[in-house]
Design a protein around this ligand. Structure first.
Ligand code: B12
Length: 216
């Protein structure tokens, strides 16, 4: 089977909400020592994006969306330890606090970003989804983080990223922690407008951006 055929099977498993297949393909990717970053970026993510498209077109409903999201999570859980193992030796001291902002429960993209950052040597503290803004600040303060990463997928919750920066300013903490934003709802212009230090479109580019921002 070619690489392309394998990636198509991965995508199909997510689109069809076939959990057994999504998990089995993750295991196969590990067993055959494939590039897991590529399998995620070119197989699993296009799969969930296709589900989003089908939903927008009214072909899929919420239950299908949830099933596919669960398949995605299950596959990521299988690959996560493997991704983290690969880079364990180059673990840096760079500390990142990450989460999805309050009011927003989307966590698939955030989880991928957290896993890939961790796999690339960062010490990642993942606060989960629907995280209160003050919790990001408290945790960053407690662990003396270098970077706060905020994910938002809804136009209604992306304002949480802006509010967090405002709150850092109010508390005299703006500049002490760098802030990187991401998620399908946001872009570079938004990041610039709200005074974020960084933005990244996907998990792989987030690694380079985080290294640049933390200097580590
Ligand atoms: C799966 C999904 C769900 C799942 C989420 C499951 C989960 N545990 O995450 C469920 C079914 C629960 C769900 C619920 C809802 N959803 Co929804 N969902 C999606 C869907 C189809 C895919 C999102 C996804 O996982 N994409 C795949 C990941 C890998 O991509 P990603 O998140 O963009 O992440 C990548 C980058 O953005 C980036 N990134 C992400 N985070 C960060 C953070 C940083 C710091 C950086 C640097 C980078 C970065 O890296 C990631 C990897 O490359 C999108 C459609 C879409 N086109 O995005 C809609 C979508 C986001 N949902 C939408 C909506 C409206 C909802 C609901 C309000 C629906 C409802 N009526 O109940 C609820 C929200 C409830 C809430 N309060 O949060 C809308 C948002 C519209 C808008 N513009 O505001 C979308 C766009 C669909 C649509 N077109 O209508 N959803």
């Amino acid at each position: 089977m070619s690489n392309e055929e394998f990636l198509n099977m991965v995508k199909k498993a997510i689109v069809e909400g076939n959990k057994d297949e999504a998990e089995q393909l993750a295991q196969q990717a590990i067993a055959e020592r494939m590039d897991l970053n590529e399998v995620i970026e070119k197989g699993y993510i296009p799969g969930i994006r296709e589900v989003g498209r089908l939903w927008e077109e009214g072909e899929y409903f919420l239950p299908e969306l949830i099933t596919s999201a669960e398949c995605m999570k299950a596959a990521m859980e299988i690959m996560k330890p493997e991704l983290e193992k690969t880079h364990i030796t180059i673990r840096s001291a760079g500390k990142i606090v990450i989460g999805t902002v309050e009011g927003d429960i989307h966590d698939i993209g955030k989880n991928i970003v957290a896993t890939i950052l961790s796999a690339n040597g960062f010490n990642v503290i993942d606060l989960g989804a629907d995280v209160k803004l003050d919790k990001f600040i408290e945790k960053a303060d407690e662990v003396n983080a270098d970077l706060i990463c905020l994910s938002a997928l809804l136009t209604t919750t992306m304002t949480g990223q802006k509010k967090l920066i405002e709150r850092l300013k109010e508390k005299g903490l703006y500049g002490r922690f760098k802030v990187m934003v991401g998620g399908a709802a946001v872009n570079q212009k938004w990041a610039d407008d709200i005074g974020a230090d960084g933005y990244s479109e996907n998990a792989l580019t987030a690694v380079g951006a985080a290294k640049k921002l933390t200097g580590k």
